[in-house]
Design a binder for this molecule. Structure first.
Ligand code: GLU
Length: 395
């Protein structure tokens, strides 16, 4: 039957983050004691003050279709948030609320990319960037980086990757999967290159902005002459432990926002009414309201770095944000462990799943084939047990 499917869907890879999470769930259901470090999802409950706003919205009978681009009160609150946290001035007509930041990104790609356009992806990059570009029949071009540069690209690399066909570049700081954060200075140096190429639009994915361990991330659109070419993407999932509520949003030049609203109006309509009402309360809250989660993530990061650092063959950067470690495990390539030949990161990730019952995601999905991603959005007990099992398998 797959022959009947479109070329579009046949050319689309499965999301490796979601696939690994599904596999871990399936094995758990079969009774296996799996520790899943695959999915990037806070293991906290949504804070009560946000849940209460949702309950109130239900009781107030918010049940009708929502404006396609989001409730006016929510867009106002998002404008305030951009001013408060990011030094960015957006008007409500520049804001579009969507069903998760993933839809925001898909909208932007759909409205800006034509077949054959090139999209630059500093690697490692989040798995769905490349898939979304592929869906638009655009070509994604990876700009490689490694642990030696803290997984960040240089202005020279950016310059070298640009061609007359380059239409967009995707930045993500703090990064999923590396946790790296571009400083203002580093972003300004990249912007200097982009100044010379006015046909290129910048998607700045800032979904992990609040999950940082000291260095507050800088918003790319805050660079004066980049504002008109940058789309700032954010959402509620990570900072407020609201992954399932599915609320993302953008701040963008008004003509891009308008196009995204048109796209969304034909595909999903406005985002969920109750989640949007709760989102007003969430984005209006200052980041200190969720600092307890960030503090907990930091303490787990330190534990994981300490424990993994004691395993020979794991080379790790110090992630400054998000909740992932992205070790380079290429030292194991070519070895045979428990009768399994490790040729690449996928083999290694599979070894950990089958022999240690620990689910991770292969770096190949993120454009970094020497690494694996491990989410430390899990309890300290689970993290300690996971590393213990990994150590046993590798020793
Ligand atoms: N963004 C999260 C991750 O990378 C959630 C899964 C997904 O949508 O990819 O694990």
């Amino acid at each position: 039957m797959s022959k009947a499917l479109s070329n579009r869907i046949n050319s689309l890879p499965v999301s490796q983050t979601l696939a690994m999470a599904a596999k871990a769930r399936e094995l758990k259901n079969q009774g296996k004691d799996i520790i899943s470090l695959s999915l990037g999802e806070p293991d906290f409950n949504t804070p009560d003050f946000i849940k209460n706003a949702a309950i109130e919205a239900i009781n107030q009978n918010y049940n009708s279709y929502t404006p396609v681009d989001g409730y006016a009160e929510l867009k106002d609150a998002i404008c305030e948030k951009f001013k408060r946290d990011n030094n960015l001035s957006y008007k409500p007509n520049q804001i579009v609320v969507s069903t998760g930041a993933k839809q925001s990104i898909a909208n932007i790609a759909q409205v800006l990319l034509n077949p054959g356009d090139e999209v630059l992806l500093p690697a490692p990059y989040w798995v769905s960037y490349s898939a979304i570009a592929t869906l638009c029949e655009a070509k994604f071009i990876e700009i490689p980086s490694s642990i030696d540069t803290d997984f960040k690209i240089t202005p020279e690399q950016l310059e070298a990757a640009i061609t007359p066909k380059t239409k967009m570049v995707f930045f993500n700081s703090p990064s999923n999967p590396s946790g790296s954060i571009y400083s203002e200075k580093e972003y300004r140096a990249l912007a200097k290159v982009l100044e010379k190429h006015p046909q290129i639009y910048i998607l700045s994915d800032e979904i992990y902005e609040h999950i940082n361990y000291g260095n507050k991330p800088f918003s790319f659109a805050a660079i004066e002459n980049m504002y008109d070419r940058t789309i700032t993407v954010n959402g509620l999932a990570k900072a407020f432990a609201m992954t399932g509520w599915r609320i993302g949003y953008i701040g963008a030049p008004d003509w891009i926002a308008k196009a995204c609203t048109k796209m969304q109006g034909q595909i999903t309509s406005g985002a969920n009414c109750i989640a949007q009402r709760a989102a007003i309360t969430a984005v209006s809250a200052t980041p200190d309201k969720v600092q307890y989660m960030v503090d907990e993530f930091k303490s787990r990061r330190d534990i994981v770095l300490d424990l993994l650092g004691k395993i020979d063959g794991f080379k790790i950067n110090i992630p400054e944000g998000a909740f992932y470690v992205f070790p380079d495990i290429s030292a194991f390539f070519g070895k045979t462990i428990r009768n399994k030949e490790i040729k690449n990161a996928s083999d290694f990730s599979m070894l950990l799943l089958e022999e240690a019952n620990v689910a991770t995601v292969t770096g190949e999905a993120f454009g970094s084939p020497k690494c694996i991603r491990m989410s430390y959005a899990a309890s300290e007990l689970q993290l300690r047990e996971a590393v213990k099992r990994i150590k046993e398998v590798l020793s």
